[in-house]
Design a binder for this molecule. Structure first.
Ligand code: UDP
Ligand code: GLC
Length: 394
């Protein structure tokens, strides 16, 4: 290869569903300087996120078949991971297959983007003697594979990109080299302003409604149940309060949607809650709301928070995981303890009662998003890391 040829980089992600990790990866890949790097995506057959037109021109190899060990369902992450690691034969087989795909791709560096590919892709990279980057986007509890992740880090010696300080802390005390690169978004796609009248009509919202909005896949730890309870507490005082819930079940059991809707009905909120399902017009939807809410438990980062900030909306979220690194409590939003419907209701109440303060927080969030959370900055930092790693190897 001549000195000037772009270096092939293999991106490994096993997800079939389209989560924030895949959104982030698409933003990164579509911004790569193609005179320096050629991306190749190693994925699971039938992965939904590959349909994004942003990566239509990127070479791809179906390196995994859909396999129960790669699925993330109710008993995830702990048992899923344990099963994967415990089932050494399957893990090895997946790694060997991946190693073959890496060979075919002539990749010079392996960038794993999802929890299980840190293990499987990591092993494949080591077998092929290729430099390895783990882009770590998960926060694991002690009983959820945290120790396995640390053990694998000792074994595979990856360079780690962590999406928040909270995620980076999982590697404390290990010899791993960790770089914190907070997520970024395409800032030009999000802008403050009034919602589209057509969208309001479509969702049945009127001018005097006060609107809360949550954007998130329907998964228990995102905290929808707590938010429904909080809204129930506010309903008497704010009869025009509406909650718009955007997102569909992903990485979880399909019946969870029905459980949430049942809970809303039991709380008497059938009129108040609007379920949109998955939407590809999140930037427009964000403009519908007075307050953006994300009540998750242990959110590693939460792209939706910076999307709401870039739309100039105040954020009510939980003081857990990486969120306090993003939302400045009392300045760009309000933080409450997780799984605490009463505190969540009071924070929402505070902002509903003081629109001026809410708008001021939204404006400060907008400034902060533009200063810190652009996808261009992420692409720059990641490519600097590639250059550092590759120049060492030469
Ligand atoms: N998203 C979307 N449509 C939906 C729900 C979510 O496009 O109906 C996007 C959302 O805008 C965000 C990403 O999916 O960019 C979710 O990322 P986040 O980091 O918030 O959560 P994750 O699912 O990765 O935990
Ligand atoms: C993961 C995390 C989320 C993060 C996303 C992108 O899916 O759950 O918090 O924003 O990855 O890195």
């Amino acid at each position: 290869m001549s000195h000037h040829d772009p270096t092939p980089i293999a991106y490994v992600d096993h997800a079939v569903d389209f989560g924030g990790a895949e959104h982030s990866l698409i933003e990164l890949i579509s911004r790569l300087d193609r005179t320096s790097f050629t991306p190749i995506i190693l994925h699971t057959e039938g992965a939904k996120w590959l349909q994004s037109d942003r990566i239509a021109d990127v070479e791809r190899i179906a390196a995994f078949s859909p396999h129960p060990l790669l699925e993330q369902k109710r008993d995830e992450v702990s048992t899923g991971l344990l099963r994967l690691i415990g089932n050494t034969w399957t893990a090895l087989r997946l790694s060997l297959k991946l190693r073959g795909a890496l060979r075919r791709s002539s990749a010079q560096l392996v960038h794993t983007n999802s929890l299980k590919t840190h293990f499987v892709g990591g092993l494949a990279a080591r077998l092929g003697r290729l430099p390895l980057i783990w882009h770590v986007r998960d926060l694991l509890a002690e009983n959820e594979g945290y120790h396995l992740l640390r053990r694998a880090a000792r074994l595979l010696r990856p360079r780690v990109i962590a999406i928040s300080e909270a995620v980076a802390e999982q590697f404390a005390g290990l010899p791993a080299e960790v770089t914190v690169i907070p997520n970024g978004i395409p800032l030009d796609k999000f802008c403050p302003g009034l919602p589209s009248p057509q969208l309001c009509r479509e969702l049945g919202l009127t001018a005097d409604d006060r609107v809360l909005l949550m954007v998130s896949r329907l998964t228990p730890w995102k905290g929808h149940m707590t938010l429904l309870e909080a809204v129930a507490r506010l309903a008497d005082r704010w009869p025009r309060l509406k909650l718009v819930v955007v997102g569909e079940v992903a990485f979880w059991e399909a019946d969870y949607e029905q459980q949430l809707k049942q809970r809303a009905a039991d709380l008497g909120l059938t009129e108040q809650v609007i379920w949109t399902g998955f939407r590809s017009d999140v930037p427009e939807l964000l403009r519908l709301c007075d307050i953006f809410v994300l009540p998750s438990v242990g959110e590693p980062f939460g792209r939706v928070i910076i999307e709401a900030m870039a739309t100039g909306r105040p954020v009510v979220a939980t003081a857990s995981g990486g969120v306090p690194e993003i939302v400045l409590d009392g300045q760009t939003g309000l933080l409450v303890p997780p799984e605490d419907a009463q505190s969540l209701a009071s924070a929402i109440q505070t902002l509903l009662a003081d629109s001026q303060r809410a708008q001021q927080m939204g404006a400060e969030g907008l400034t902060r998003a533009h200063q810190l959370f652009s996808a261009d900055r992420v692409a720059r930092q990641v490519q600097e890391l590639y250059q550092r790693i590759l120049s060492k190897g030469r």
